[in-house]
Design a protein around this ligand. Structure first.
Ligand code: NI
Length: 176
């Protein structure tokens, strides 16, 4: 297994639409394992393949409590089959939008069909944090970040700060 570098916004690769995998083979399984390891190390509760520069429809999530045993989910080609009429508001963050958080409104419950790490078709019914997290990660596969779901004013403020930090980091890394 390996830790993968995580892209941060603004980055054109985070705005692209990812392609479905043909099947979950050894290569996709390795990607899932590497993504889980990268997510736990960050630490985070979800990660989508485009965040590590791989434009494939693969996500991993684990919303288990700190003191509970891990509950990893790895989903290929996740597809939302159904969403509830009622919404939930959660404060969201993202490993690609470091240090910034905002309230996002999403359907409170979802049902998702996907391929698991054995290439079997599965369905997952989720509510609470898991429902939020799965929708946030599926958004990444369509080039959508949580900041695209908040006001333009707040989004632009966050993007300006992130860009400034990137420029500063690039300057520090450049030879004098
Ligand atoms: Ni994210």
């Amino acid at each position: 297994m390996a830790l993968l570098p995580i892209l941060t916004a603004p980055d054109p690769r985070l705005k692209k639409k990812s392609k479905p995998v043909e099947q979950v083979d050894a290569g996709v399984r390795r990607l899932m394992d590497d993504m889980l390891e990268t997510m736990y190390a960050a630490p985070g509760i979800g990660l989508a393949a485009p965040q590590v520069g791989v434009l494939k429809r693969v996500i991993v999530v684990d919303v288990s409590e700190k003191d509970s045993p891990p509950a990893p989910h790895a989903l290929a080609n996740p597809e939302i089959l159904w969403v509830s009429d009622h919404d939930n508001t959660h404060e969201e963050g993202c490993l690609s939008v470091p240090e910034h958080y905002a309230d996002v409104v999403r359907p409170a419950e979802v049902r998702v069909r996907y391929l698991d790490r054995d290439n079997e078709i599965r369905e997952l019914e989720a509510d609470g944090m898991l429902a939020t997290c799965v929708q946030h990660e599926i958004d990444h596969l369509d080039g959508i970040l949580f900041i695209d779901r908040i006001s333009a004013l707040k989004r632009n403020m966050i993007l300006r700060k992130l860009l400034k930090e990137k420029k500063l980091a690039a300057k520090e890394a450049a030879p004098a």
